[in-house]
Ligand binder design. Structure first.
Ligand code: HGY
Ligand code: MN
Ligand code: MN
Length: 410
C-alpha cells in the first residue's frame, strides 16, 4: 500500500493557514472573493505549478490542477473549497484541497500507472457569503445570469463587484460548466464538523447523504423612536420582533422538523443601532437545514407564518429574500462502498453516516458518482478558531482518499 508524506502535507496545511490568519483571535478569514481568499488561490496556483502540475483558474475562481488530459478521458476529480467562514479553522475545505495535492504528489513520486486523469479542484465561495457552493454550482452548470447579477452578501456587497475587484468578470462564471462525460468520479475528503466520529473513536466516516440548506436575509421594519419617551405598548420595535422569532424556533422544529433539522440566526444588524433609539429595523439571516427537501419546505413555510404573525403583533413590516436553496443529496452508493472497503483494507474503523453540513459533493453528485470521506473533528468543533483534527486522522483520511482515487482511476 502506498503511503503519503504526512510532514509534507502538514507543511502545506500550515502554509495555507497563514493566509487570512488573524493573530487577535487565531481565526482564519478567507470569506469568498476577499483579498485573502484570492491570495490563497494564487498561492495554490504558484505552489502546484512549481511542483510541475498543469493548473488553471476558471471564470468562477475555481483552481484546478492535476495529471493527464480530461479532454481525452473522463477524470477522477477530488477537492474541496479554499474559502473559509470569518474566524474559521485551518482544516474546513483546506484539508480536501491539500490532501488532493498530496495524493497527486504520491502518484507522481511512485510513478503510479493511471487509466484516467486525476485532478484536484479548489472551489470558490462554498461557505455562503453570496449563497454558497457557487464554485461547484458553476462547474455543474447550476447557476443562471439572473442569480449571478443579483447575488449580494448580508452587507449588500454584490458578487459581481466583489469578483471585479480581482479581475474576475461574473459573466465568465457561466463558462465554468463541465460536461458530465468529462468526469468518471468525484471524491471529497472533509472534516466531520460534528462530534460523532470523535466521540465514538471511529477513524473514517463514509457519508451516505448530505443535508440541504436554505438561507434567508430577513428585514423586520418598525419605527425608530426615542428610547426614553416612546411608551412600551406603542412601539414598533424590530428587535422585539426578532426576539420573539428566536423563541419560536424550538416550536417550529418540534412541529415541522426532524432530529436532523437545524435552524440558525447567525448574523443580526439593528438599525439605527443607537442605544438611545428603539430599533426601527432588524436585518438578520436564517439558515435552515434538513436531510429532506419536503421537511425543508415545511420549515420555510413555518418560519414565514411565524414571522408574519410576529410582524402583526409588533406592528412591523416583514420582508425576506431567499438567498439560496441547496437541496439535500445522496452520495453514490458504489463510491460509499469503496470508501468503506478502503478504510477496512487499512484496518481503519469506518461508519456510514449523514452530513449535517453542506459540501461541494452535493453538487458534483448531479454530474457524476460522488463520494464524501470524513475524518474526526476534535470535540466536534468547526467554523471556529479551535477547529482541530489530529494529524494521524489527517494521514488516515488521505490514505483512504488515495486508495479510492486509485481504485476509480485504474
Ligand atoms: O455551512 C456549511 O454547511 C458548510 O460548512 N459550508
Ligand atoms: Mn467545508
Ligand atoms: Mn464550512
Amino acid at each position: 500500500m502506498l503511503t503519503i508524506n504526512l510532514e509534507r502535507l502538514k507543511e502545506s496545511i500550515r502554509a495555507l493557514s497563514k493566509i487570512g490568519y488573524n493573530e487577535a483571535d487565531h481565526g482564519v478569514y478567507r470569506w469568498g472573493f476577499t483579498d485573502a481568499d484570492m491570495e490563497a488561490r494564487h498561492w495554490l496556483l504558484d505552489q502546484v505549478k512549481s511542483e510541475g502540475f498543469k493548473a488553471h483558474m476558471d471564470g468562477a475562481g475555481n483552481v484546478f490542477f492535476g495529471i493527464g488530459d480530461y479532454h481525452k478521458k473522463p477524470a477522477v476529480l477530488t477537492g474541496s473549497h479554499l474559502d473559509t467562514v470569518p474566524a474559521g479553522g485551518i482544516f474546513d475545505g483546506a484539508l480536501g484541497v491539500l490532501a488532493g495535492l498530496e495524493v497527486l504528489r504520491t502518484i507522481k513520486a511512485n510513478d503510479v500507472p493511471l487509466n484516467h486523469p486525476v485532478w484536484v479542484v479548489a472551489t470558490a465561495e462554498e461557505e455562503g457569503r453570496f449563497g454558497g457552493m457557487m464554485g461547484s454550482q458553476a462547474i455543474t452548470g447550476s447557476l443562471n445570469m439572473d442569480w449571478l447579477m443579483s447575488a449580494h452578501d448580508a452587507d449588500d456587497v454584490y458578487l459581481k463587484d466583489a469578483m471585479a475587484v480581482h479581475g474576475l468578470d461574473v459573466m465568465n462564471v457561466l463558462d465554468a460548466a463541465w460536461p458530465p462525460e468529462r468526469l468518471k468520479a468525484f471524491y471529497e475528503l472533509h472534516i466531520e464538523q460534528g462530534p460523532v466520529l470523535f466521540n465514538e473513536d471511529i477513524c473514517i466516516g463514509a457519508v451516505e447523504g448530505i443535508s440541504g440548506v436554505f438561507k434567508w436575509i430577513v428585514h423586520l421594519k418598525g419605527k425608530a423612536d426615542h428610547a426614553g419617551t416612546a411608551p412600551m405598548n406603542m412601539r414598533s420595535d424590530a428587535f422585539m420582533g426578532l426576539a420573539d422569532f428566536a423563541h419560536e424556533i424550538e416550536r417550529i422544529i418540534a412541529e415541522d422538523g426532524t432530529d436532523k433539522t437545524r435552524i440558525t440566526v447567525g448574523k443580526v444588524d439593528l438599525k439605527p443601532g443607537s442605544p438611545h433609539t428603539v430599533p426601527g429595523e432588524a436585518v438578520f439571516t436564517i439558515v435552515g437545514r434538513d436531510m429532506s427537501s419536503e421537511v425543508m419546505k415545511e420549515l420555510a413555510d413555518s418560519c414565514r407564518k411565524a414571522l408574519s404573525a410576529i410582524a402583526r403583533k409588533h406592528r412591523l413590516m416583514f420582508e425576506y429574500e431567499q438567498v439560496s436553496w441547496l437541496d439535500p443529496q445522496a452520495c453514490s452508493n458504489r463510491l460509499t462502498q469503496i470508501i468503506e472497503n478502503k478504510a477496512k483494507a487499512r484496518n481503519l474503523s469506518c461508519l456510514r453516516m449523514p452530513s449535517g453540513a453542506g459540501h461541494d459533493t452535493q453538487f458534483f453528485a448531479n454530474l457524476t458518482e460522488a463520494g464524501l470521506i470524513f475524518i474526526p473533528s476534535v470535540n466536534g468543533v468547526s467554523h471556529a478558531p479551535d477547529e482541530w483534527s489530529r494529524w494521524h486522522d489527517v494521514e488516515a483520511g488521505t490514505h483512504v482518499l488515495l486508495d479510492c482515487i486509485l481504485e476509480s482511476a485504474s
